[in-house]
Design a protein around this ligand. Structure first.
Ligand SMILES: Nc1ncnc2c1ncn2[C@@H]1O[C@H](COP(=O)(O)OP(=O)(O)OP(=O)(O)O)[C@@H](O)[C@H]1O
Ligand SMILES: [Mg+2]
Length: 377
């Protein structure tokens, strides 16, 4: 099996397992969000699968998405959005603080400070930040950060999945969207417009361009009119698809990068938790191997490791060696040399082992080792 196919099978297997887990544990809300994600993810690579899941989603409208809280009872004037809209109230009780680069953290601290002292700013005629857009690849903490912000501000978090909205019957979307936005504006909350690029992406393949334009207009107007009691966040993987008119309207743009060495190390520490001892001597190698990965990739792999070690189905060295082998297989020759060199410098693996894992000849490895003043095998 080629590496690419093996990777795709792994990926599918992961999605399958995740679907089952969500189906069993998270109820309809969780599985709906995930299903909407799958529709997007497989639209290009497996259009039939994508359409099939999309069909299931449409056939099974979300149940009462905005559940009334007791505090809403006294607000009969608030229009409840219609039932088939993909908006979810997200539980932020256990929201963890994400590992963030300094520049992003600075932006978020500023946002939190402005929100917490909104009254003071308003009394001086200054507007606190009302909106921000998060841009970055998958799994780097955009959604996680939105949850954390909501938690910090002690506000409820609603997530509106625009892909799901866009795939619902277009004739109704404009009204539905307005209903959700009106609702969100009427109570102090954080509203996250997830995957906001869905609007832009659909422009090409939707027949009713007029309706789509109206939708974009609705969103643009709503951002402009967002009250300072609420916070509007948006997230996207595809900055290039966003309408410039939309960009301009957000008070702040934050670009989320993949983690750097230091953040990888920090994440490893957190995710390994009490199993750190098993992997202590491998930490530098793990940090190296995870360069270029997203936080969520690291998270997933390390959780698998912890389970294997706990259940004694594999030992820490076996797991790390397996990772080195898989990683190395994806590299070209110079990068494999580089990896072998790093293994010489940072691991206690023997020449023999490094040769076996990376395919770099023992002669070459010996040369590195001599320049490193390392140990033999
Ligand atoms: N900055 C981070 N710090 C710590 N953990 C993170 C971070 N980013 C992601 N993770 C881990 O990965 C998981 C997924 O992250 P999240 O859902 O925030 O990604 P995202 O950027 O919203 O991705 P997508 O574009 O696919 O929606 C989190 O639940 C968390 O376990
Ligand atoms: Mg997300």
């Amino acid at each position: 099996m080629s590496k690419k196919i093996a990777g795709e099978v792994d990926d599918l297997a992961g999605d399958l397992a995740q679907s089952v887990r969500l189906g069993l544990h998270s109820g309809a809300d969780g599985i709906r969000l995930f299903a909407a994600k799958l529709v997007r993810k497989y639209r290009q690579s497996a259009p039939d699968l994508s359409q099939q899941i999309d069909g299931y989603l449409r056939a099974s409208p979300a149940a009462s998405p905005m559940r009334r809280k007791p505090s809403d009872e006294a607000r009969p004037d608030v229009t409840q959005p219609s039932d088939d809209l993909a908006v979810l109230r997200i539980d932020t009780a256990g929201a963890r603080q994400p590992v963030l680069s300094e520049s992003i953290m600075t932006g978020i601290q500023q946002l939190l400070a402005e929100r917490r002292q909104a009254q003071k700013l308003l009394s001086l005629g200054l507007e606190p930040m009302r909106s921000a857009i998060f841009v970055g690849p998958p799994g780097v903490g955009k959604t996680m950060t939105a949850k954390w912000i909501a938690r910090q501000l002690d506000l409820p978090l609603f997530v509106l999945d625009l892909t799901a909205i866009m795939s619902s019957y277009l004739g109704r979307t404009g009204n539905n969207l307005r209903a959700v936005l009106d609702y969100a504006k009427s109570i102090p909350c954080v509203l996250l417009l997830d995957e906001i690029d869905a609007i832009a992406k659909r422009r090409a393949d939707v027949s009713d361009i007029g309706e789509l334009k109206r939708l974009v207009t609705v969103i643009l107007q709503e951002i402009d009119a967002w009250p300072s009691t609420g916070l509007l966040l948006a997230a996207t993987n595809h900055a290039e698809l966003i309408d410039p008119a939309l960009w301009r309207r957000f008070d702040m743009t934050l670009e989320f990068p993949k983690p750097e060495r230091r953040q990888i190390a920090e994440t490893l520490g957190t995710v390994l938790a009490s199993d750190r001892q098993h992997f202590e001597r491998w930490l530098p190698i793990l940090a190296l191997l995870f360069e270029g990965s997203s936080f969520s990739d690291i998270d997933r792999t390390i959780r698998q490791f912890r389970k294997a070690v706990t259940l004694q189905t594999a030992s820490a060295p076996d797991l790390v060696e397996g990772l080195v082998r898989r990683h190395s297989a994806e590299l070209d020759r110079p990068a494999r040399h580089q990896l072998a060199m790093q293994l010489v410098a940072h691991s206690r693996l023997s020449q023999h082992k490094i040769n076996e894992l990376t395919g770099v000849s023992r002669d070459t490895i010996r040369k590195f080792q001599n320049t490193e003043g390392g140990h033999g095998d």
